[in-house]
Design a protein around this ligand. Sequence first.
Ligand SMILES: [Ca+2]
Ligand SMILES: [Ca+2]
Length: 268
Amino acid sequence: MRNLANLSLCLSCLSLIPAVSYSQAVLLDFGPTTVSTAGTNSPYHTVNPLFTDSAWNTIGTSDQLNGLIWSDGTSDSALSLDLGATTNSTATVIGLSNVPSGSNALGSQINTDVYAGDAAGTDAIYTGSSGTRYVGFQLGGLPAGTYDVYVNARNTNTNTANLQHVSVGVSSVSGDFDAATLEGTNVLDYEAGSTAATEAWVESENYLVFTVTVATGDYLNLAVVGDPAGTQTRGFLNSVQIVPTEAPNEGTIFFISSLNYQSGSLSL
Ligand SMILES: [Ca+2]
Ligand SMILES: [Ca+2]
């Protein structure tokens, strides 16, 4: 009976392990259009068809410092999103007190297939009406762990060829950060045409993926800019999905210690 009681306790421990399920993600939809019918139209939903969560955070030009929701709709007061921007054509430091000037439905030129309707990838935030300007954010409160970060960056109001440079990194302190020194940088190179790279979500064609490891207390920093020498100089931030790929260290330690404890009980 004692062994059976311990086994029952062990199984109940297993069911209690994650306070947050690490199949959950943070879905950030920048721009004014609320995702309703197109909740699973995204890069990560394409990569992982088993992922059906569709609770997006709709983010305009205002910081959301007091909580966001996870992809299953669970609110989390620890998550803190601080938007930022640069205000001239040469700066690379994202000033978190600078408010992105634009939040627009866009889609006047790119609006078919995966960009149709209320797709998260269509509307966006940005800064300025011209000139090279970054838009970005700093996200605090993520549980420690490794994450894949899926990024849509595109001015869907243009069908001319253009570039969007995306940089992602992690810092142990909050505050303004330099986009030029973030650990990961990649570029989206859009060809001309209103149906260019619209038929499906294809990595490195119309979205990018970065892998980051976050320690307890770390901040995720992300910034987007256009091409100083190109037709699209401003950065556009359309959607970001932050997907845990490994359980946080704390969860792993708790899981192992629980098993060890119960294993010891069963050997009595
Ligand atoms: Ca801010
Ligand atoms: Ca959007």
